[in-house]
Write a protein that binds this ligand. Structure first.
Ligand SMILES: CC(C)(COP(=O)(O)OP(=O)(O)OC[C@H]1O[C@@H](n2cnc3c(N)ncnc32)[C@H](O)[C@@H]1OP(=O)(O)O)[C@@H](O)C(=O)NCCC(=O)NCCS
Length: 338
């Protein structure tokens, strides 16, 4: 088998075949196979273009493995990392170690660059393979939920009224409007400056790429900035198994006065949201967690995705422990699959 399959660095010219393979394996409805999604995700990412390996057999593309670049921040220091995202093996070529060879090959490439760890939220199938390659489960991400109209939701589910395709709604603008607010830059400059848990630095560039330019995903924002302090809530409107869900993908709160603004914004979101429920995540017992709990969010007994990490260097020396859940300050926006 080893001779039949050749591994190459991913190149621009591979793109039509990559999209074809993604479409064949994941189906037509999936955003990943659209060229505009690929460009946005792997070429326009403010953390840099993605790196990947492909497998070819008899000239045909039979496997793909991509690492998306990311940057975390911790006590003001930037920590580069990569996120293991698109990986597929052609159905006729599965079970022959292609995913394994491609993934180990990518680990070598990023190790040489000095990247200290890889992270991702794998599905059940690939997770088993990752765990065999040294990945560790860091957590099953806890999810908070705020039912909006529980009786109506229960009745509808009992009557099996299918709302699939109908999204929740909200009185909120698109994220571009928040990016135009002159209060945004002073707010971001102060946000989480001393935060010691690993978090994505929320810069204007990042927010614009992630929430204003993501093709085909509907994000909305409410915000209130005042002289460097304030709060912002970014939400994604989605339908999930016939539930109209509004997901809080970001809850950004400045020190001090920000808490009051966040409380008022969450109250507005709950008042104007039309759907079945709001969901959110924040580190347990953090200020953000407490704000959500006070707004009526409760912890769901079932948790969200697995968050997994593969360390590449001995990071313990400088206190970096990405395989410990309490090292992280994540939002759903950091974790959702896109
Ligand atoms: C996940 C996927 C990429 C695996 O590809 P593959 O080339 O068949 O995987 P490999 O042969 O390299 O397997 C590597 C390891 O993963 C494990 N593994 C792979 N598929 C598995 C499965 N369906 N169930 C359990 N373990 C599995 C294998 O046990 C193997 O370990 P081993 O070598 O010790 O036996 C492939 O099944 C696929 O394309 N799935 C659809 C797309 C997808 O779900 N991608 C992941 C999220 S983007």
């Amino acid at each position: 088998m080893a001779d039949e399959v050749q591994i190459h660095p991913m190149e621009k010219a591979d793109l039509p075949e990559i999209l074809e393979l993604l479409r064949e394996v994941l189906g037509d409805g999936v955003l990943a196979k659209r060229p505009e999604t690929w460009r946005w995700k792997h070429e326009e990412n403010p953390f840099g273009p993605s790196d990947g390996l492909v497998a070819r057999a008899g000239g045909n593309l039979v496997g793909l493995r991509v690492f998306l670049r990311w940057r975390w921040r911790r006590a003001g220091t930037i920590v580069p990392a990569v996120r293991a995202v698109d990986t597929v093996t052609h159905p006729a070529w599965r079970g022959r170690g292609i995913f394994r060879r491609l993934t180990l090959g990518m680990l070598d490439r990023v190790r040489k660059e000095g990247i200290p760890f890889v992270f991702n939220t794998p599905n059940e199938v690939s997770r088993k393979g990752y765990l065999k390659m040294g990945w560790q489960d860091v957590a099953k991400v806890p999810i908070l939920v705020k039912p909006l109209r529980p009786m109506a939701t229960i009745l509808r589910l009992l009557k099996r009224v299918d709302r699939k395709g109908q999204r929740g709604e909200l009185e909120a603008e698109g994220v571009e409007a928040m990016l135009r607010d002159p209060g945004l830059d002073p707010f971001l400059a102060e946000l989480w400056q001393g935060e010691e848990r690993l978090h994505t630095p929320r810069t204007r560039d990042y927010l614009s790429w992630r929430y204003a330019r993501a093709p085909g995903i509907d994000y909305r924002a409410v915000w209130d900035f005042e002289g460097g302090s304030g709060a912002a809530v970014i939400l994604r409107l989605r339908d999930r198994r016939s539930l109209r869900e509004l997901t809080v993908v970001e809850l950004l709160v400045s020190e001090g006065a920000g808490e009051k603004q966040a409380t008022l914004l969450l109250r507005d979101v709950i008042r104007t949201a039309r759907g079945d429920c709001l969901t959110a995540h924040a580190p347990k017992k953090s200020r953000e967690w407490q704000l959500l709990r006070r707004a009526g969010f409760i912890r769901l007994p079932v948790a969200g995705p697995y968050f997994t990490v593969r360390t590449l260097a001995d990071t313990a020396d400088d206190g970096l422990e990405p395989n410990q859940w309490n090292s992280w300050m994540l939002s759903i926006g950091d974790l959702e699959l896109f």
